[in-house]
Design a protein around this ligand. Structure first.
Ligand SMILES: NC(=O)c1ccc[n+]([C@@H]2O[C@H](COP(=O)([O-])OP(=O)(O)OC[C@H]3O[C@@H](n4cnc5c(N)ncnc54)[C@H](OP(=O)(O)O)[C@@H]3O)[C@@H](O)[C@H]2O)c1
Length: 312
């Protein structure tokens, strides 16, 4: 099958098109014919080798951790899916990636694709959706009526997080540049803060939860707007616990844990019309296409999710 692989860590020129062996599904695996995948910042962070001390990956590595497609085959112990099912998944990080025509994934990490989404739209959801869910619902235990600040609401995680927080009944404030204002407002944010022209620590009234998708000074300064007893959750860097204690804030770092059950919950919210995908640029599954998709993601200013179309 066709896949885009890397043979070693490095720049975008490491991404090459290759014919590789078709993955063999284990007893609990479904073999998925991938129609669409998406690009997340973790793809190029792994490509560069930034996570090599944390992940045991064997070269050649197929990158990509979002997929939407159709079940082609099921392992002998699979109970939840059958050939022909339309599914989406955030597969395990240390197995085959999704820049490929076929993917073997544990059925526990797979969910039925929301009926109202195309494959391209569905591929934009699992990684960012599960990340936002595990930060806001599992870690921060978001409640109706709470005030939430979401940094980078124009990004893949941020635009999903705004919608999830609104679906849970929160009041949402989000930061972005003027280029992100329309996505942030369409996602349902109650307030938009332009980080280029406004200091969020002065513009934002105290909040119960800050969702940090930026790190560095943005994370440090976020304590200034969190109420005592509030929550800071980061997906970029672990907060310094001493700072959190000094501000009487519960602070933590979340690295998403793939989960098909939570993905199915997310699918329900999408079918109920509470969350919509934001698909940005679409690239083909070619060496040039994937290199261009990584370049856009590495800019930190992509608008909407970057999709790679594998099969029309
Ligand atoms: N720990 C985990 O499990 C996990 C999971 C997913 C993602 N992540 C990490 O979380 C980060 C965000 O991921 P993503 O997929 O949402 O990235 P993304 O889609 O590439 O984010 C791009 C967005 O960031 C906005 N942005 C850039 N600088 C900003 C700033 N200073 N203030 C506010 N907005 C800013 C840009 O808006 P403008 O163009 O308007 O500036 C753009 O809309 C990445 O570092 C990623 O690796 C971690």
């Amino acid at each position: 099958m066709k896949a885009i692989i890397i043979n070693e860590y490095g720049g975008r020129d490491q991404l090459v098109e290759k014919n590789v062996n078709t993955p063999k599904p284990g007893p609990k695996d479904v073999l998925i014919e991938v129609y669409s995948t998406s690009v997340n910042p973790v793809d190029w962070k792994i490509r560069e080798g930034y996570l090599k001390d944390n992940l045991q990956l064997k070269f050649p590595v197929v990158l990509g951790w979002d997929a939407a497609g159709v079940v082609k085959e099921t392992g002998s112990a699979v109970t939840k899916f059958k050939p022909g099912d339309e599914v989406f998944t955030r597969p395990a990080t240390e197995r085959d990636g999704t820049y490929a025509e076929l993917l073997a994934a544990d059925e526990e990490l797979v969910a039925l694709k929301p009926k109202n989404l195309t494959f391209k739209e569905a591929a934009s959801i699992p990684l960012v959706g599960l990340t936002a869910w595990q930060c806001l619902v599992d870690f921060a235990q978001i409640k109706e009526g709470q005030r939430v600040l979401i940094h980078a609401g124009g990004g893949g995680v941020g635009s999903f997080a705004i919608q999830l927080a609104k679906a849970k009944g929160a009041y949402v404030i989000s930061t972005g540049s003027e280029d992100s204002e329309s996505i942030i407002r369409e996602s349902g944010a109650d307030e938009f803060i332009n980080y280029k022209s406004q200091d969020f620590t002065k513009a934002v009234q105290p909040v119960d939860i800050v969702f940090d998708t930026i790190g560095g000074d943005v994370q440090k300064n976020s304590y200034k707007v969190i109420k005592p007893g509030g929550v800071l959750v980061s997906i970029v860097s672990p907060p310094v616990q001493k700072d959190a204690t000094n501000h009487s804030v519960k602070a933590g770092f979340v690295f998403l844990d793939p989960d098909g059950k939570e993905l199915a919950e997310i699918g329900k919210l999408i079918e109920e019309g509470k969350i919509q995908p934001f698909v940005g640029e679409i690239f083909p599954l070619t060496q040039e296409g994937v290199r261009a998709a990584h370049e856009l993601s590495e800019s930190h200013h992509a608008k909407g999710k970057i999709i790679i179309s594998v099969k029309e």
